[in-house]
Design a binder for this molecule. Structure first.
Ligand SMILES: C[S@@+](CC[C@H](N)C(=O)[O-])C[C@H]1O[C@@H](n2cnc3c(N)ncnc32)[C@H](O)[C@@H]1O
Length: 295
């Protein structure tokens, strides 16, 4: 199989905002393919990096990539809400910067775990395969009201109620097993004139919603950002890259509430037209950073 590569988004911008060239201890809370991690380690030969990811497959690949940095890097298979436990285990009480590059990676979208509407795959969507809850369970077992609530809340899908009703009607005769079956149901509910001829698949919002629910993505952000903040030294920073408006709104509000921190980016940093051309997946990315006040 062809090796999947995840091009790191807003790479120069995030490394600069983290002040990685000044040297210190950094955390990459979302290691993924290791692109940002490698850049942090290269920015200063004194840099030490603690990296976390909840996806074992991503970790396996990143371990190989970061091998040349030896003991300067420690990698953990963990959720970023566990950042406190990880740093405690490392005996670290203060860090200079923490990076969160949220959401899914190309490994997820191009892999076989049901993250994409474009390929026929089993409904799974778990980033961490140790977890029990899958998209299949969500789609086939949750009550209609709960399904509608999830699709509306995490997908901002205005046809949420109708989609939930149709899912429940269909699953009575046979369980919904694959991404294609789910995508087709959504396609049949949303009026064709709203999506025909457009590049965006009509089921994208529903898929996003189920993925966020399966992976408890917002709970992770709500716990992970404040937990990371506790370890940031004066003058140190937290940088966060988001990929959709719901996520960005949540991050913006949490960062605003962090005590003792001030914004470094008044407006979020967005990718240049050149980056979007090279990597269309970067088009919706937004980077925000905050700094702990000195003294
Ligand atoms: C956009 S990718 C990161 C890409 C990475 N910056 C790079 O340069 O390759 C996001 C990664 O975060 C991981 N992730 C998402 N939520 C997480 C969480 N709550 N805890 C730990 N890892 C998480 C995903 O498994 C995925 O590998």
């Amino acid at each position: 199989m062809k090796e999947i590569y995840h091009p790191p988004v807003l790479l120069k911008e995030s490394i600069a905002l983290l002040k990685a060239e000044e040297g210190g201890v950094f955390v990459d809370a979302t290691l993924g393919g290791g692109g940002h991690a490698e850049a942090i380690l290269k920015a200063n030969p004194e840099n030490r990096l603690i990296a976390l990811d909840r996806d074992e497959e991503a970790i396996e690949k990143a371990i190989k990539r970061l091998e040349p940095f030896g003991e300067r890097v420690s990698i953990y298979h963990a959720n970023f809400s566990q950042i406190g436990e990880v740093l405690e285990e490392e005996g670290i009480s203060k860090v200079k910067g923490v990076l969160f590059d949220l959401g899914v990676s190309h490994f997820h979208l191009r892999g076989e775990r049901g993250f994409t509407v474009w390929k026929e795959q089993p409904l799974d969507m778990r980033m961490d395969r140790r977890q029990k809850l899958t998209a299949r369970t969500v789609v086939n077992e949750l009550p209609e009201r709960k399904l509608a609530e999830i699709i509306l809340k995490y997908g901002e899908e205005r046809f949420a109620k109708k989609i939930a009703r149709e899912i429940v009607r269909r699953r009575k005769s046979k369980p919904i097993e694959t991404t294609t079956e789910l995508a087709k149901i959504v396609e049949e509910v949303i009026p064709k004139k709203l999506w025909a001829g457009k590049k965006k698949h009509p089921a994208i919002k529903t898929f996003q919603a189920i993925r966020i629910y399966v992976n408890r993505e917002f709970e992770e952000i709500e716990r992970g950002l404040p937990a990371a903040a506790e370890f940031v030294e004066p003058g140190g920073r937290i940088a966060v890259i988001t990929f959709h408006s719901l996520e960005d709104r949540l991050v913006k509000n949490i960062l605003k509430e962090l005590e003792g921190f001030k914004p470094v980016t008044k407006k979020p940093v967005e990718p240049s037209p050149e980056e979007v051309k090279e990597n269309p997946a970067a088009r919706s990315a937004k980077l925000r950073a905050v700094e702990r006040a000195k003294g």
